[in-house]
Design a protein around this ligand. Structure first.
Ligand SMILES: Nc1ncnc2c1ncn2[C@@H]1O[C@H](COP(=O)(O)OP(=O)(O)OP(=O)(O)O)[C@@H](O)[C@H]1O
Ligand SMILES: [Mg+2]
Length: 325
C-alpha cells in the first residue's frame, strides 16, 4: 500500500463557550494518498471548514485541537502550530471560497503571484517569479496575462479573481491543495469553467486535492472519493460513484435527495425535499448517534454511538443499520 500523504486519526476540535465546551469535530479520521482527490461534503455548520483550517493551522487561538496522530508527508505532529506554519503555503495551499479574502486590493495581481512564490523559491529572482506567475495566469485561462499582471484585484471579475487565487495556490507546487467551496461565489457558467480548470490542472500536477463543498455534484466532478460529514463526525466514506449510486447512511441518503429532488420537484410541482429537524447544538451533543433525532430509520440502539462499519476499499458508514443484530 502507498504511504499516505496525510493521515489523521481521531481528531477533536472544540471551543469554550458560555454553554460549555462546543464540540465541532469529533473523532475525525482523514487519510489522503499522494495525488488523490478527496471530497468533503456536508450541510452548513457540519465542520468542513474547521477541518480544512485545522490542516492549515488557521483556527482561532481558543480552539482546542486534539488528535491521536497527525502525519503529513514525513512530518509527525502535523497539526502543531510549528508544523502548520512550516507547511502552509509551501506543501499545503488553499483556495478560499471568497477570492477577495486572499487578495490585497492595494497590490497588483503580478505582485500577488510573485510574493506567493517567495518562500518556496527563495533563490529565484523577481523576473523569474514574474514570468512563472504570468505563465500560470495564462494557464488558468486569463487572456492577455502579460497586461493583466499589472492590474489590481478590483479590475477583475469574480470568476477571474478565483482563477488568480487558483494560480497562486498552484504556483507553490503544493503536495496538497485544499479548495473550500471554490465555486459557490460564482454563477453557473463560470463555475463550470473553474471546475474544468481544476480538473485539467489535476491531471497535469501531482498535488493531492481536498475539495470542501455542500454539493455532491461538485465533488463528483472533481474527486475520486468522498467523505460525508454530519455535525462534526464522519458518517460515510467511499468512492464517489458508489456513494452517489447507493448511499448507506440515512444522512447521506437525505443529503443526496435534497440535491437531486429540486429538479424533479420543479417539474412535478412537489414541495422541495428538506431534512426535518436541526443539527444538534455542538455544546450539547447527544450521547448516541448524532443524526438520530432527524433520522427516519432510528431505533432503540441509536441512543448508543454507532460503530463505523468498514466495508473494504475505503467504503464504510457509521450506523447501527450496518451491524447485524
Ligand atoms: N470560533 C468559534 N467558536 C465557537 N464555534 C465556532 C467557532 N468557529 C466555528 N464554530 C462553529 O463550528 C461549526 C462548524 O463550522 P464550519 O465553518 O466548520 O462549518 P462548515 O461545514 O464549513 O459550514 P459552511 O458550509 O457553512 O461553510 C459551526 O457550528 C460554527 O458555529
Ligand atoms: Mg465552510
Amino acid at each position: 500500500m502507498t504511504v499516505p500523504l496525510l493521515s489523521i486519526r481521531n481528531l477533536d476540535v472544540s471551543y469554550p463557550t458560555a454553554r460549555g465546551q462546543a464540540q465541532i469535530l469529533s473523532a475525525v479520521d482523514l487519510t489522503i494518498a499522494p495525488g488523490a482527490s478527496v471530497g468533503l461534503v456536508g450541510e452548513s455548520g457540519s465542520g468542513k471548514s474547521t477541518l480544512a483550517l485545522a490542516l492549515l493551522g488557521l483556527l482561532p487561538d481558543n480552539a482546542k485541537i486534539q488528535s491521536e496522530s497527525a502525519v503529513f508527508d514525513n512530518c509527525p505532529d502535523a497539526l502543531s502550530p510549528a508544523a502548520t506554519r512550516r507547511l502552509r503555503g509551501i506543501d499545503i495551499a488553499m483556495v478560499f471560497q471568497d477570492p477577495m479574502t486572499a487578495l490585497n486590493p492595494l497590490f497588483t495581481i503580478g505582485t500577488h503571484l510573485v510574493e506567493i512564490q517567495r518562500r518556496k523559491f527563495a533563490g529565484a529572482s523577481r523576473a523569474e517569479l514574474w514570468a512563472r506567475g504570468e505563465a500560470m495566469l495564462a494557464r488558468v485561462g486569463v487572456s492577455d496575462a502579460g497586461n493583466r499582471m499589472r492590474r489590481y484585484p478590483h479590475e477583475f471579475s469574480g470568476g477571474m479573481r478565483q482563477r488568480v487565487v487558483i494560480a497562486m495556490a498552484l504556483l507553490v507546487e503544493p503536495k496538497l491543495l485544499i479548495a473550500d467551496e471554490p465555486t459557490t461565489a460564482l454563477d453557473a457558467t463560470i463555475e463550470a469553467q473553474v471546475v474544468d480548470i481544476l480538473r485539467d490542472l489535476r491531471s497535469e500536477l501531482s498535488a493531492a486535492l481536498l475539495v470542501v463543498s455542500h454539493s455532491f455534484g461538485l465533488i463528483a466532478e472533481l474527486c475520486e472519493t468522498v467523505i460525508v460529514m454530519y455535525a462534526g463526525t464522519i458518517v460515510e466514506t467511499g468512492a464517489v460513484g458508489d456513494v452517489l449510486r447507493d448511499p448507506h447512511h440515512p444522512y447521506a441518503q437525505a443529503l443526496l435527495a435534497c440535491e437531486i429532488e429540486p429538479l424533479s420537484s420543479i417539474e412535478s410541482a412537489e414541495p422541495l425535499v428538506t431534512i426535518p429537524g436541526t443539527v444538534p447544538d455542538p455544546a450539547n451533543r447527544p450521547a448516541g448517534c448524532v443524526f438520530a433525532a432527524r433520522c427516519p430509520a432510528r431505533h432503540d440502539r441509536c441512543s448508543e454511538p454507532p460503530p463505523f462499519v468498514s466495508q473494504g476499499n475505503g467504503r464504510g458508514f457509521a450506523c447501527w443499520l450496518g451491524v447485524s443484530s
